[in-house]
Design a protein around this ligand. Structure first.
Ligand code: 13P
Length: 248
């Protein structure tokens, strides 16, 4: 087992309501302490209420996206400075749903990660291959390409990001990567980070894609898997709490 403390992040995606959020956060707060760091990444409108609910606790919170721009006429965008204004800790960038549905490319993802870090918000940078790419034997090339531009763009700050490996074919499908499949990619990513920064050994690389209470412990036991980015199961209090406990 590595000495890196595990991190479990719930990605609520576009789910929630004020009532449902209060119930979910209340349950998570009540289940502490966890032996791992725990965060929730919530839709933008719920950021401030989440900040108030979690104030004074060790639960962290974040956003699911951030603009690459500092400020300006970018209707609908939310800047890193605005997130920082609320004390936001994390911003997911480059999630495969944003890459697929909003045509986000590697350079934009890298620019968003840089904008976040510039304001003290930790980017959780997502990489991952599609099923077709995996079947074509392209997994390594795809994830390396996705990560390399981020490493290059962040330069000496690269060690401050969190990386999340999320195979697209495992997201929301109930078809999770086996612990061995996930570990193999995590090891590749760690090696790529090591070539760029001496701090790679302490950087967190999360796994995401159909993590559930019954597979979390085996995934988290892998030497280069430092926790999880949890979608569907993060909306169910009992499941999310069980996953956080599996990381402890
Ligand atoms: P699921 O856990 O629902 O597969 O989603 C994973 C994910 O996309 C987290 O960012």
């Amino acid at each position: 087992m590595s000495t890196r403390r595990k991190l479990v992040v719930g990605n609520w995606k576009m789910y929630g309501s004020r009532v449902a959020n209060a119930e979910l956060l209340g349950a998570i707060l009540g289940a502490r302490p966890f032996g791992a760091d725990v965060a929730v990444c919530v839709p933008f409108p719920y950021l401030s209420e989440t900040a108030v609910t979690l104030a004074g606790s060790d639960l962290r919170w974040g956003a699911q996206d951030v603009s690459a721009h500092e400020q300006g006429a970018y209707t609908g965008e939310v800047s890193a400075a605005m997130l920082h204004d609320f004390g936001c800790r994390y911003a997911i960038v480059g999630h495969s749903e944003r890459r697929a549905y909003h045509a986000e490319g590697d350079q934009l993802v890298a620019d968003k990660a840089k904008a976040a870090l510039g304001r003290g918000v930790t980017p959780i940078v997502c990489v991952g291959e599609t099923l077709a790419q995996r079947e074509a034997g392209e997994t390594e090339a795809v994830v390396k390409r996705q990560l390399s531009l981020v490493i290059h763009t962040l330069a000496h700050c690269a060690s401050e990001m969190v990386v999340a490996y999320e195979p697209v074919w495992a997201i929301g499908t109930g078809r999770t990567a086996t612990p061995e499949q996930a570990q193999a990619v995590h090891a590749l990513l760690r090696a790529q980070l090591l070539a760029a920064t001496p701090h790679a050994a302490v950087m967190k690389i999360l796994y995401g894609g159909s993590v559930k209470p019954d597979n979390a412990a085996a995934l988290f036991a892998q030497p280069d898997i430092d926790g999880g980015l949890i979608g569907g199961a993060s909306l169910k209090a009992a499941d999310f709490i069980a996953i956080c406990r599996a990381a402890g």
